[in-house]
Write a protein that binds this ligand. Structure first.
Ligand code: AMP
Length: 218
């Protein structure tokens, strides 16, 4: 089973990816997480991509394709994978098609999580992350018990640089310009499945799960 999760930043792709991955036994692969890890470790790649992540711009395709090809060559992807945050441009999608075709493989489905942009600005700019364990909070919808301190590990809560409101608005504009064309691309390929991402997390998950099962049974 080879799946793609498509949707604007803040649509809940990461949350859904973790659940789908666990349920269907496939690794969720997030290019954003891979870049953030590289930045944290200050690897060569990390140093190159830092400026793109902090401004909300896309990392150039050649750098993205390099890490994705490396990741998809790992043995844990033999039974499938779930891509979260990749592809983000039509050339990336074409490169993925070419890569899979070479291996005689194809995609099973592309799941678009659709959410109104204003909801996303509120969601993302209010998000706080534990610097230590990565737990996610929100200034309105999921407040910590003691201000600025993680309930789970007592680490310090921070706002990710790319969650600053101005950056969020830029990320949404980048999505509309560069990534939204993929909706049409995958629709034409007969792979697109759309779910309403404004609903509660559990409802969105159920809809996705049902959609995947229908497609696999087809
Ligand atoms: P995400 O966590 O998926 O929102 O990704 C965070 C940031 O990583 C994005 O704003 C981009 O700067 C970069 N990034 C992640 N995936 C890609 C991709 N497929 N193509 C280009 N840039 C990416």
């Amino acid at each position: 089973m080879r799946l793609i999760l498509l949707g604007p930043p803040g649509a809940g792709k990461g949350t859904q990816a973790a659940r789908i991955g666990a349920e269907f036994g496939i690794p969720p692969i997030s290019t954003g997480d891979m870049f953030r890890e590289a930045i944290k470790l200050q690897t060569e790649l990390g140093k190159k991509v830092e400026k793109y992540l902090s401004s909300g711009e896309l990392v150039p395709d050649d750098l993205v394709l390099g890490i994705v090809a490396e990741r998809l060559a790992q043995p844990d992807t033999a039974g499938g994978f779930l891509l979260d945050g990749f592809p983000r441009t039509v050339p990336q999608a074409q490169a993925l098609d070419g890569y899979l075709a070479e291996k005689g493989q194809s995609l099973t489905a592309v799941i678009e999580i659709a959410v109104d942009p204003e909801i996303l600005v509120a969601r993302l700019s209010g998000r706080r992350i534990c610097q230590n364990c990565g737990a996610v909070y929100h200034v309105v919808t999921k407040k910590e018990q003691e201000t600025g301190v993680c309930d789970l590990c007592r680490g310090q809560l921070i706002q990710r640089e790319d969650d600053y409101e101005a950056t969020v608005r830029n990320r949404l504009a980048v999505y509309a310009r560069q990534t939204a064309p993929l909706i049409q691309y995958y629709h034409e390929a007969g792979l697109l499945m759309r779910v309403d991402g404004a609903k509660p997390i559990a409802d969105v998950y159920r809809e996705i799960e049902r959609g995947i099962r229908n497609r696999v049974e087809q």
